[in-house]
Design a binder for this molecule. Structure first.
Ligand SMILES: NC(=O)c1ccc[n+]([C@@H]2O[C@H](COP(=O)([O-])OP(=O)(O)OC[C@H]3O[C@@H](n4cnc5c(N)ncnc54)[C@H](OP(=O)(O)O)[C@@H]3O)[C@@H](O)[C@H]2O)c1
Length: 198
């Protein structure tokens, strides 16, 4: 059976696809792939599940969050980040649960900003915290032994565009984050937030 990776074209997603492919068949998707998934159009999730399920596991390593000074963050900024990174992951779980095998799993992504903010991260910190809260709250309700965890990376070595904002933070190679994804998929734990690199 196949592991679905949403966000497979990103820095972390590419590393996760490489690590998972050593053990599983992997279907990697993003907005720019065929098939495509766009969290702002939830019907694309339904089409993906209808055409390609069942899955042994579903991994989400995508979604966008806004960065801006608190005084400039708009309601639209929050709504776009919630629609993409938060509701995108929530709806993946809600719409995907029926298409995941017994004993399968969901692995979501949050990030270090939940606990260690940087300038401009108020929305990102909040949205990542919401993802972690969803994992904790959803885990006991998933049926048929299906597990759910989040991987929460510190800043990734390859994501050089972020390094200026993350001065003094430990960095973690995307390949190491991918090992936490593999641990979530292959392991037994549920309702956990796996801190990758911090
Ligand atoms: N990189 C870091 O240092 C770091 C640290 C902590 C947490 N994170 C979190 O980890 C996740 C992945 O980060 P990354 O750096 O690997 O991201 P990235 O390189 O920017 O890639 C983002 C991925 O998400 C997909 N995506 C974006 N918007 C989407 C949408 N609306 N619907 C479906 N897919 C969408 C993209 O697909 P397309 O390319 O096809 O558009 C791409 O595959 C993000 O949630 C990020 O906040 C990253």
């Amino acid at each position: 059976m196949t592991v679905l990776v949403i966000g497979a074209t990103g820095e972390i997603g590419r590393a996760a696809v490489a690590a998972l492919s050593e053990h599983y068949d992997v279907l990697g998707v993003g907005r720019s792939t065929t098939p495509a998934v766009d969290f702002t159009r939830p019907e694309t999730l339904d089409a993906l599940f209808a055409d390609h399920a069942p899955f042994e596991a579903v991994v989400v390593l995508g979604g966008e969050i806004p960065f801006a000074p608190l005084s400039e963050l708009t309601r639209e900024n929050f709504e776009s980040g919630l629609a993409s990174k938060f509701l995108g992951q929530v709806e993946t779980v809600q719409r995907g649960t029926a298409h995941v095998a017994d004993g399968g799993s969901f692995t979501l992504v949050s990030g270090i900003l939940t606990d260690h903010p940087v300038a401009g991260s108020a929305a990102a910190s909040a949205i990542n915290s919401a993802v972690n809260g969803f994992v904790v709250g959803a885990a006991p309700e998933l049926p048929r032994g299906i597990r759910i965890n989040a991987v929460s990376p510190t800043v990734v070595t390859e994501s050089v565009q972020y390094h200026g904002a993350f001065r003094g933070f430990a960095q973690v190679p995307a390949a190491e984050v991918a090992q936490w994804v593999l641990r979530s998929v292959a392991g037994e734990q549920t309702g956990q937030i796996f801190r990758a690199g911090w």
